[in-house]
Write a protein that binds this ligand. Structure first.
Ligand code: AP5
Length: 219
């Protein structure tokens, strides 16, 4: 079970990947979360990633590919994984295919979560993230039970610095230039399933569940 969630910033990749990974008992591998953890640690990867992230640019492929290929061979990925935010360029997609191919593995399905641009901006401007477990909340559509605290781990909620309006616009622009071509890449590979990403969070989860390969059992 190896899946990719593809979609613009704010399309709900993190929200839905969390649900799927929990239900299927597979690892949720989010490139943005891994970069933010590195920034918090203040290590070399974090120092390099920070300057790109705060401007809304992509972190260079070389760094990103190395980080993800190391992550998906960890023991918790043995049963499968859902990639959230990776790949984001054609170079990343081909590197992933090559690395999996060398092990006789492949990506089983790619879910493209489609959301209108004005809705993306609305979602990102109201988003708060848990500092400890990275669960996303929204001021209006999915507020926490206790203000400022994560429902799952009671961690502190904060607003991501790259969710400021100017950086959000840049991230959406970068998505259309660099990541949207992956829609055709995976369509041609016969792996793409388009999911309407608008409406209730639970309803979108149901659409994703219905689009999973047949025979998968929920835990
Ligand atoms: P990353 O963290 O991956 O950010 P992103 O792709 O921009 O995605 P987001 O996390 O902003 O949105 P999401 O789709 O996960 O939506 P969410 O579920 O949170 O990347 C950050 C940066 O890291 C990049 O800019 C880049 O610099 C770097 N980076 C990461 N990966 C990289 C890569 N592969 N290559 C190079 N650089 C990379 O939902 C958003 C909000 O909407 C939340 O508040 C949520 O509660 C709410 N919401 C969700 N669903 C709904 C709904 N149905 N209705 C109403 N509200 C909803």
């Amino acid at each position: 079970m190896r899946f990719v969630l593809l979609g613009a910033p704010g399309s709900g990749k993190g929200t839905q990947a969390g649900v799927i990974s929990e239900r299927l008992g597979i690892a949720h591998v989010a490139s943005g979360d891994l970069f933010r953890e590195a920034v918090t640690r203040g290590d070399e990867l974090g120092r390099q990633a920070k300057s790109y992230m705060e401007k809304g640019f992509l972190v260079p492929d070389e760094l990103t590919i190395r980080m993800i290929l190391e992550r998906i061979v960890a023991p918790d990925c043995a049963k499968g994984f859902i990639l959230d935010g990776f790949p984001r360029t054609l170079e990343q997609a081909t590197a992933l295919d090559r690395a999996l191919g060398e092990r006789g593995e492949t990506i089983d399905r790619v879910f493209y979560i489609k959301v209108a641009t004005e809705e993306l901006v609305r979602r990102l401007s109201g988003r708060f993230i848990c500092r400890s477990c990275q669960t996303p909340y929204h001021l209006v559509s999915s507020p926490p039970k206790v203000e400022g605290r994560c429902d799952l781990c009671s961690g502190e909620l904060y607003q991501r610095p790259d969710d400021l309006p100017e950086t959000v616009r840049k991230r959406i622009e970068v998505y259309f230039e660099e990541t949207a071509p992956l829609i055709d890449y995976y369509k041609e590979a016969g792996k793409l399933v388009e999911i309407n990403g608008e409406g209730e969070i639970g309803g979108i989860g149901e659409r994703l569940i219905a689009a999973l390969p047949q025979g998968l059992k929920w835990e």
